[in-house]
Design a protein around this ligand. Structure first.
Ligand SMILES: NC(=O)c1ccc[n+]([C@@H]2O[C@H](COP(=O)([O-])OP(=O)(O)OC[C@H]3O[C@@H](n4cnc5c(N)ncnc54)[C@H](O)[C@@H]3O)[C@@H](O)[C@H]2O)c1
Length: 266
């Protein structure tokens, strides 16, 4: 498939994880990509791996100047911008509400929600200039369907992204810009590995416990998310806007509180 030939795609937080996997997928389908990340070294490593179809830029999505600069980079180097995957996000430090500092709340919401808004604010004029395009926003299955102890600001920001996506879809349709939100369940990346170390056995054990309980019996892989982002950004999804798509292998179908006994897991 060459769905993104002659298209330019900007991906925030693409120095690793789901952003990187999506960048690789877009390039595989013919796109040129701007790899934006707060960590320039990791962004450059991804761009080097891709080669001439990629340009790395250091951009913190909580800065409007950085957001404008990443859009400008796409326009200066490739002449246009057609697709934006607003992916950058942070997990938070898993502190329960009574112990959580206000600074921690602000830090997580600032990246996950305000950063998403700033990415859109800076990108939309370029998408309009290109005659339309697609915006894919990163939500989470844990925002709205589910929740996690000690993750209040994460959950709140991810749920809010869904509302923002619907609102943008309503307002931007007339410019031929489609806006959709993806909500992955657990996907095997460094962010979701909450053990804080790199030990491969701990990693296998951690994700193994999830796959036992996910109806499809597997933990999501970055490529699963990348394929969905590519679909939503392509003309195959030309009549889809304002949607919120779960990518979770059925993880959220049956909550623990509805079925606390081990044997009731199908
Ligand atoms: N992995 C999962 O299970 C999962 C599930 C649901 C949603 N998500 C969401 O997917 C997105 C990517 O997650 P991931 O698992 O690939 O995480 P990751 O930590 O592997 O990658 C996130 C990237 O974002 C970058 N980043 C962090 N703060 C930034 C900022 N202010 N500006 C620009 N870049 C910044 C990091 O440097 C990193 O390269 C996040 O928004 C996350 O909340 C992940």
């Amino acid at each position: 498939m060459n769905r993104f030939e002659n298209k330019v795609v900007l991906i925030t937080g693409s120095g690793g994880g789901l952003g990187k996997a999506s960048a690789l997928r877009f390039v595989e389908e013919g796109a040129r990509v701007v790899i934006a990340d707060i960590d320039l070294e990791s962004a450059e490593a991804v761009a080097d791996e891709i080669g001439s179809q990629a340009k790395a830029i250091k951009a913190d999505v909580t800065s409007i100047d950085d957001c404008k600069a990443m859009v400008q980079t796409a326009q200066d180097i490739y002449g246009q911008l057609n697709v934006v995957f607003a992916n950058a996000g942070v997990g938070g430090n898993k502190t329960e509400f009574v112990d959580m500092s206000i600074e921690e709340w602000d830090r997580v919401v600032d990246v996950n929600l305000r950063g998403m808004m700033l990415t859109c604010k800076a990108s939309v004029p370029a998408l309009i200039e290109a005659g339309g395009g697609a915006l894919v926003l990163m939500g989470s299955s844990t925002g709205g369907w589910d929740t996690i102890l000690g993750s209040g600001p994460y959950m709140t920001s991810k749920e809010a992204v869904k509302a923002m996506g619907r609102n943008l879809a309503l307002e931007l349709g007339r410019y031929n810009i489609r806006v959709n939100v993806i909500c992955p369940g657990i996907i095997q990346t460094q962010l979701s590995f909450r053990q804080g170390d790199q030990d491969r056995d701990a990693w296998k054990h951690f994700f193994g416990k999830f796959s036992d309980r996910i109806p499809l019996r597997r933990v999501g892989q970055p490529e699963d998310v990348a394929a969905t982002v590519a679909f939503l950004s392509s003309d195959d999804a030309r009549h889809i806007t304002g949607s919120t798509l779960l990518i979770d292998g059925g993880q959220t179908l049956q909550s623990w509180s509805n079925s606390p006994d081990e044997e009731t897991y199908p």
